[in-house]
Every structure is written in structure tokens, then in C-alpha cells.
Write a protein that binds this ligand. Structure first.
Ligand code: SF4
Length: 227
């Protein structure tokens, strides 16, 4: 059994509630979307076909037991991924998904799932709300939601908060500014602008578990891959 792997590396978790935690990233190849501002286009296709047993050995050789399975869209490789994570009982297992695919048995193996439905600025059309609702209904307390926002997305964020009373309460909500700029200074400038918008909206939402977080790895290592 093999997994299509784009890259494996050790770094800091740059997003979400565990930002700053040392982590091993397993980026799987292949994605079912083509988001306009995707920062991992190199993982859309291809990748190295690695036997699951060999991949486990590679992971175990790294000095860390916190795994982030990401992509691409990792749930496209559900069966071999399930086999891999079944071998990693000593690890804290986390998964990042665009929440267009529902694989309950596999999702149930992760300690934390980050669902990131795509908003209008991604340019991939409306996300499948019935699939996302399964995440919201069935995965807490092991679920967090990450929304990557640009100017045109805030109204949709409002609708999501309105539509899901648990969002920002039992399910933490992380808002992340879109990365579109060509340099760190512009990224931070936009992040500051959206931070102001976030503060205004958060006051209206009145939810306790919401946070605004630029990507830590972008701030530290702008423009580099595999960090
Ligand atoms: S779902 Fe993620 S990996 Fe796929 S195109 Fe969108 S941002 Fe890129």
C-alpha cells in the first residue's frame, strides 16, 4: 500500500490553535480543488509513491511525535492514510482538510481535525455545506475551523457564524488572512487591515473561541517551501 507524498519536513505548526508547536508535516499529493491563492500548488499533482511501511520509518526517524497531515487534500488517499495512522499510536495526529470529503472512520483516528471550507475569494464555487455540516455535527470536540479570508469573504464568514451556533464556541474558529502579496511587508500590512475588521466582527459575533492568526511560518520564513 502506497501514499503519494509531496514532502515531509519538520517545522513549527504555523496555523490554528496549536501554532508554534514543533511538528512533522506530511504533505500528501493531489487535490480536488484549484484555489486561486493556493500556496501549495506543487502538491496538486505528482508526488513520490512511498510504501506505507517505509513512510512510517521515515516519520519515526524524526525527533518529534506531533504529526500534521496536510496537502493537497489528504482525504483523497483515505485508505492508505488510514493504514499509516493506524501504525502511529505514539503520535499526536492532526489533519488539515478542505472539508469537501467525509471519511468518518479515518477522521475518527485524528486527535485534531482542521476543516477549512473555501470562501468566495478562493474562486472554487460554494463549498458543499452538507459535507461541512457533518464535520460540525459529528467531530467536536476534535474539530477546529480555519477560514482564509480576503475582502469579499467577510459576509460569508458572518453567514457561517450565524448558521452554526457552535462555531466559535465548542468548535474554535481561526481566521487567517489570505496570502497574495509578493513580500512579507505587504502580507503583514493586509493582516493588520483584516485584524481591524476581525475585531469589529468578533464584537458582533459574541463568540468566545475565535482568533485571528497570520501564518507563523510565513512571518518567520517568507517565500520558503518545506518550512
Ligand atoms: S484545497 Fe488547499 S491544497 Fe487544494 S487548491 Fe485549495 S488551498 Fe490548495
Amino acid at each position: 500500500m502506497k501514499l503519494g507524498v509531496a514532502e515531509v519536513f519538520r517545522s513549527l505548526q504555523g496555523e490554528g490553535g496549536d501554532a508554534g508547536v514543533p511538528a512533522v508535516f506530511l504533505r500528501l499529493a493531489g487535490c480536488n480543488l484549484r484555489c486561486r491563492d493556493c500556496d501549495t500548488r506543487y502538491a496538486w499533482e505528482g508526488g513520490e509513491e512511498v510504501p506505507v511501511s517505509l513512510l512510517k520509518e521515515r516519520l519515526d526517524a524524526l525527533p518529534c511525535r506531533y504529526l500534521v497531515v496536510t496537502g493537497g487534500e489528504p482525504l483523497l488517499q483515505a485508505r492508505p492514510l488510514e493504514r499509516l495512522v493506524s501504525l502511529l499510536s505514539a503520535w499526536t495526529l492532526t489533519l488539515e482538510t478542505n472539508a469537501t470529503i467525509w471519511e468518518p472512520r479515518l477522521l475518527g483516528r485524528f486527535h485534531l481535525v482542521t476543516a477549512s471550507p473555501k470562501l468566495p475569494s478562493a474562486g472554487v464555487g460554494p463549498f458543499p455545506r452538507e459535507v461541512f455540516s457533518k464535520y460540525m455535527d459529528l467531530l467536536p470536540p476534535r474539530l477546529q475551523v480555519k477560514l482564509v479570508v480576503d475582502r469579499e469573504d467577510w459576509d460569508e464568514v458572518d453567514r457561517l457564524v450565524d448558521g452554526y451556533p457552535s462555531l466559535g464556541e465548542t468548535v474554535p474558529l481561526v481566521i487567517q488572512p489570505v496570502e497574495r502579496e509578493e513580500n512579507l511587508e505587504d502580507y503583514l500590512s493586509r493582516a493588520r487591515e483584516w485584524a481591524e475588521t476581525f475585531l469589529e466582527r468578533a464584537a458582533l459575533w459574541g463568540r468566545k473561541r475565535v482568533r485571528f492568526l497570520p501564518q507563523l511560518h510565513k512571518v518567520l520564513w517568507w517565500g520558503q517551501w518545506g518550512v
